[in-house]
Design a protein around this ligand. Structure first.
Ligand SMILES: [Zn+2]
Length: 225
């Protein structure tokens, strides 16, 4: 293991703990992957984050062959992590969790519409909701890859959420942002039917961000850099 891989493993463990402090994770249901040259580094199945060390992180190659320290196996959701990284070369990290508000909407099989301009952070005018398939299956993976075709995040019906990024920091930032949007939408639905921003407004926001990068819209420069 070289220094770079050790550092990546450490950042995955750190991000897992961040999911807990950010309140976007339930138990050990969340999992994280990062791209390496010949495959991905992925969180192991069922290991509490406070006990997780960089050595527990599992390596998996592009064919699904994996290597782990004793007692560890890849997260049961390895399939969509691998398939998303394979399908989207611009993505370097995938964050999956069951945050409460995203999951409430996912249970209702509702995408998050353009209630706020920050929806554009997911790459378009909504955060789509992939249809239901059982966790860990190739079917779920195919549905997730399809939902992410032109988006950086999606909901998974009756399950949770996936956020991707060009770096682990950006994927984590987006995961928290999408949960915030889900919470705002949930709040709006308590009062009535929220009006939505038109598509050309979202296109205009995307154009601005394309020009100036993501930094201008995030006070957490480190996360958005
Ligand atoms: Zn899950």
């Amino acid at each position: 293991m070289d220094d770079q891989e050790r550092e990546l493993r450490r950042s995955v463990v750190e991000a897992c703990r961040e999911m807990a402090t950010a309140g976007i994770n339930q138990g050990t249901s969340g999992n994280i992957s990062v791209r390496v040259a010949d495959g991905m580094l992925l969180t192991p199945s069922g290991l509490p984050y406070d006990q997780m060390t960089p050595e527990d992180i599992v390596f998996m190659d592009w064919n699904g062959e994996w290597k782990a320290s004793e007692g560890n196996v890849p997260s049961t959701e390895w399939r969509f992590h691998l398939d998303i990284l394979r399908a989207k070369p611009e993505v370097s990290a995938v964050v999956h969790a069951h945050p409460t508000y995203c999951t409430i909407l996912a249970i209702l099989q509702r995408p998050i519409p353009a209630i706020h301009y920050m929806i554009a952070a997911a790459g378009g005018n909504d955060v789509p909701c992939a249809p239901y398939a059982q966790y860990g299956t190739a079917e779920l993976s195919a549905l997730a890859v399809a939902a992410l075709a032109d988006r950086r995040a999606c909901l998974l019906a009756h399950h949770g959420m996936i956020a991707t990024g060009v770096s682990l920091r950006k994927a984590m930032w987006l995961a928290i942002e999408v949960e915030t949007l889900a919470r705002q939408y949930h709040g709006c639905l308590q009062i009535g039917t929220p009006p939505l921003l038109p598509n050309d407004e979202i296109d205009s926001i995307l154009k601005r961000w394309g020009q100036y990068g993501l930094r201008e819209r995030s006070p957490q420069a480190g996360l958005a850099a």
